[in-house]
Design a protein around this ligand. Structure first.
Ligand code: NAD
Length: 237
């Protein structure tokens, strides 16, 4: 199916990064449950919630510092290099698709990016090393250097609006592809999980590669319940 496809949409979830050493959200013992992301409304309401959000963020960063792209990331980068996969739609926030060689334009981040911070008022980017230095020195996250606004990791938290441009691009790609290739997603987090069904409705073939069953398995043209790495390494030439 990959060989026959003219236009491929990649779609990834946390499962593509487990082989890089970053656990997924729902598998047993996940540290994401211990350091649960703070919901957006709470983050806005309370300075203590903001401090706690940054404490949890830095605790997770310390656990996975130095993670490198997996065979899955590298296999997808090879598919992109073949010219038939314009972009990967990802739920991940770890930046590993970019590190595997995809350009910023080739990664559609539905849930943002946890490798830098953004001002909630003026959107200005701030680097995490600087945020952390300030946080470690007085226990408070710094304000935006341009407008004094609240800084937050550039991820989309529970309760935060989805990013318009990423949603638009993902819809366009899902509508135009003839193969939608899912890797490592439980396909239960919406609205992201709507894209595979959307592509299928528009006539694309659907492949799901995931360790365990997903709610969309019955809609797929091919389901592979296996580890991603050995399968996607076949795309690396
Ligand atoms: P999920 O945790 O709900 O599901 C991941 C799926 O991948 C699971 O069904 C699991 O069985 C499967 N899986 C794990 N390792 C695998 C492997 N090596 N081979 C094949 N399958 C494997 O993840 P999700 O669907 O992406 O949704 C969770 C949310 O949490 C997302 O919104 C995402 O933003 C966030 N998250 C991101 C990261 C990251 O950026 N690396 C990590 C954890 C959570």
């Amino acid at each position: 199916m990959v060989q026959e496809a003219g236009l491929i949409a990649g779609f990834t979830g946390a499962g593509i990064s487990t082989e890089s050493g970053i656990p997924d959200f729902r598998s047993p013992g996940s540290p994401w449950m211990r350091h649960k992301p703070i919901p957006f409304d709470l983050f806005l309401q309370s300075a203590e919630a903001r401090r706690e959000a940054w404490r949890r963020k830095f605790a997770m960063d310390d656990l996975y510092r130095g993670a490198r792209p997996s065979q899955g990331h590298i296999g997808l980068a090879a598919l992109a290099a073949s010219g038939r996969m314009p972009a990967v739609i990802t739920q991940n926030i770890d930046g590993l698709h970019q590190e595997s060689g995809l350009s910023a334009d080739q990664v559609i981040e539905l849930h943002g990016n946890g490798t830098y911070a953004k001002c909630l008022s003026c959107n200005r980017r701030h680097e995490l090393d600087w945020v952390r230095q300030c946080f470690d020195s007085d226990g408070d996250p710094p304000e935006c250097i341009a407008c004094g606004g609240v800084l937050k990791s550039a991820t989309i938290s529970f309760g935060q609006a989805m990013p318009d441009e990423a949603m638009r691009r993902a819809q366009k790609l899902a509508r135009s592809c003839d193969l939608f290739l899912v890797a490592g997603s439980s396909l239960i987090v919406y609205p992201a999980a709507a894209f595979p069904a959307f592509a299928k409705e528009n006539g694309a073939r659907l492949i799901i590669v995931n360790r365990e069953p997903t709610p969309l398995d019955s809609e797929a043209d091919l389901v592979i319940h296996a580890e991603i790495g050995p399968i996607f390494s076949k795309f690396i030439t």
